[in-house]
Every structure is written in C-alpha cells, then in structure tokens.
Design a binder for this molecule. Structure first.
Ligand code: AMP
Length: 365
C-alpha cells in the first residue's frame, strides 16, 4: 500500500502517494481539478486529475465509470494514456475521490488558437487528431463532442485527445454543474437530434481546424437553436435531403427558418489567414481549403469520412500505418452507459475499476 500525503492546490486538497511531488495547477473541467506533478518513480512530470466523489450523482458516476473503462482500454499515441489510477481509501466504506494519473502535455488546443502556425504544423496537428479519432472509432466510440479544451498538445506539436465524448445514451451531461457546455463544435446531426455515424466527428474537426486557421470560433452559437442558426447563416441552408431525415417537429422548425445562401468558402477562408511565404504555401493553402470544404458539409453523406480525410493530400504527407491503422482496442460495451442502477452500485463499480488497476502496467508504458 502506497504511503499517501495531503497537499493543497488552489482550493483543492490532493491526497496522493509520496512518489508524486511538487504539484502545480493545470486546469479544471466539469469533473475536477488537474495538476502536474513530479513522479519520482518515472523520473518525469505527469498530470493528475482528481474526480471528487464521482458517484455523487448519476451523471457524474456514468461519466467517470465510462472514462475509467475507456482509458484502461485505449492505447494510442494520439489519445491520452492512463499511467496510474488510485484512491486513498482503505475500503469501499471510506471511498470518496478518484485520482487519474496521465501523461503530461503542455497545453490544450485553445492556447494554440491565435498563434500563427505554418502549414506543416497545422497539417500535422490535423493528421494526429484524425488518427486519434479513427482509433476511437475502431473501438466503437463515436466522440461527438470534440473541442479545443479536450485536445492537448506539446511544444513539439504532438497531440492527444483527452476525453471520450458523449455516451450513446441521451445526453443529459452536466445539467447539474455550473459549467457552460460548449456546443460550437457539435455537428448538425447532434444539434437536431438526427441519426449519426462516424463522420459526425469530422464536422468537429472541421470547426476546430477552421478556428486554428482563422483565429476565431467559426460557429459561435449561444444555445442549441442559435447553433443551428449559425450553421445555416454561415454555411448555407442544407439541401432538402437533410430535412427529410428529421423528426417532424424539428423538421417543421428548421424548414420554417429563412433560407440562407451562406458565405463563400473564399470569404470564410481568405488567402491572408494562411501562411503565404512561398509558392508551396499557396499550393498547401488550396489543399487546406479543399479539405475544410469537404469536412464542413452539413449533409453527412456529402461530408468526408475519417479515412478519406486521412488520405487527403493536405494530411496524407504524414501518413504512417502504425499510427493511422493501429490495431483496434477491444470494442466498448455501450450497455454500461445505459445502465440505470442506484448510486451505491455505481460507487461499487467505480471502486472496483480503481482497485483492479494494475500499477505494474505503469512500468510498461
Ligand atoms: P479535463 O478535466 O479533463 O476537462 O481537463 C481540464 C483541463 O486541464 C484541460 O483543458 C487541459 O488544459 C488540462 N489538462 C487535463 N489533462 C491534461 C494533461 N494530461 N496534460 C496537460 N494538461 C491537461
């Protein structure tokens, strides 16, 4: 049993094994606080996320359980890796908080927005994001909620996806938290509650890439309704085939809205938002805009797939089968997301996930 100690970071107490020292706050999300710390065993800094009483309500519990399960399952260089998982509790009776130890990255993608990047860096970030998503898809996980705050990067331009998105069951996520849900990157299928497939995540990638290029949010909707309005005002009202797939009430609303032509691609992505130092830059700009137009198609059947995007000449320069076609992890059992069980049972399930973690795995990574 590890020797634990307690240290305060901001307003939060961290009770952690002594191997983790020198904690510094990194950020916080809806689930808890994240710190960096020096790990004396690995001889490097790592990130520790504290989930405070993840079984305090059903939403938290489901999300924490899903995250733990998936983090244990997935092992890909573009998805954040789990290094350790622990709780200071001695038994289920005094079990309260969960600590997740992960690889440490330098910053989330929000910090990259507004920085002028060359085409190589932009296309490399995009390539890695696509590889990470493809890998999640191969485990049966469709993310649907990719956003810059859940993507982390390093100075050397490496990139990892931090979370696993929305559970398949209805999204009631975090209605009870003071955190504002960011919806700017959610695909039209998600906004209007339509059937979706894997390329729902391509839309988010398109919005994120557009933001990296332009330096501002492409579709800044205030709420779900406004999000749909922004999509149509900026990208144009979609073809009739899109509306046919909607539930009658949603269809009535969407069809009652004024029709928009949308802005031209040239207006949205003018040459001067891209690097423009050479003939090669001009060529890559054309490729980047071409890929953006293919990712930002409202009608899903007209939008590129992840595989097509990876093979697009803007990103295919980076194609490495060991990254883009990595062997899939085991398929995730979505039944767990739909489970309706009492909180005491969630507590037990989460506790079991924590104590069953084999710390020796840590040495192998
Ligand atoms: P989360 O609670 O997972 O949403 O994370 C909140 C914020 O903490 C992120 O937006 C990142 O800025 C930061 N963060 C989380 N995990 C890491 C990590 N492994 N490395 C670096 N920063 C991280």
């Amino acid at each position: 049993m590890a020797d634990f100690y307690t240290t305060q970071v901001g307003d939060t107490l961290f009770t952690i094994p002594r191997r983790y020292q020198d904690l510094k706050p990194l950020g916080h999300g809806a689930q808890g606080v994240v710190c960096s710390a020096k790990d004396s065993v690995r001889g490097e800094r790592i990130a520790i996320k504290k989930l405070v009483k993840p079984f305090q309500n059903e939403t938290y519990a489901k999300r924490a359980f899903r995250e733990l399960k998936l983090m244990k399952m997935v092992n890909h260089k573009n998805v954040i890796g789990l290094l350790n998982l622990f709780s200071p509790a001695h038994s289920i009776e005094d079990f309260e908080d969960v600590y997740i130890v992960m690889e440490l990255m330098d910053a989330n993608l929000c910090r990259v927005i507004g920085i002028e990047l060359d085409h190589d860096r932009m296309s490399y970030l995009l390539y890695q994001l696509l590889c990470g998503i493809k890998h999640l898809h191969s485990a049966g996980i469709i993310h649907r909620d990719l956003k810059p705050s859940n993507i982390v990067v390093k100075e050397d331009c490496s990139l990892k996806i931090l979370d696993f998105g929305l559970a398949r069951a209805a999204d009631k996520a975090f209605m009870m938290t003071p955190y504002v849900v960011t919806r700017y990157y959610r695909a039209p299928e998600v906004i209007v509650g339509m059937k979706y497939k894997e390329n729902v995540d391509i839309w988010s990638v398109g919005c994120i890439f557009a933001e990296i290029v332009r330096g501002d949010i492409l579709l800044p909707g205030r709420d779900y309704i406004d999000q749909w309005n922004k999509v149509t005002q900026i990208l144009g009202t979609p073809p009739q085939e899109f509306f046919k797939q909607l539930q009658p009430s949603v269809r009535m609303y969407c069809e009652s809205q004024p029709r928009h032509k949308g802005k031209s691609w040239n207006e949205l992505f003018p040459d001067d938002v891209f690097p423009n130092d050479s003939k090669e830059d001009a060529h890559k700009t054309r490729l980047a805009v071409d890929l953006l137009t293919k990712m930002l198609q409202i009608e899903p059947t007209r939008r590129v797939t992840v595989d097509e995007a990876l093979k697009h000449p803007y990103v295919s320069i980076w194609y490495d089968p060991s990254e883009a076609d990595a062997p899939p992890p085991p398929k995730y059992d979505h039944c767990l997301d739909e489970k309706n069980i009492p909180l005491a049972q969630w507590k037990k399930l989460i506790y079991e996930e924590v104590i069953s973690f084999d710390e020796r795995r840590d040495a192998k990574r």
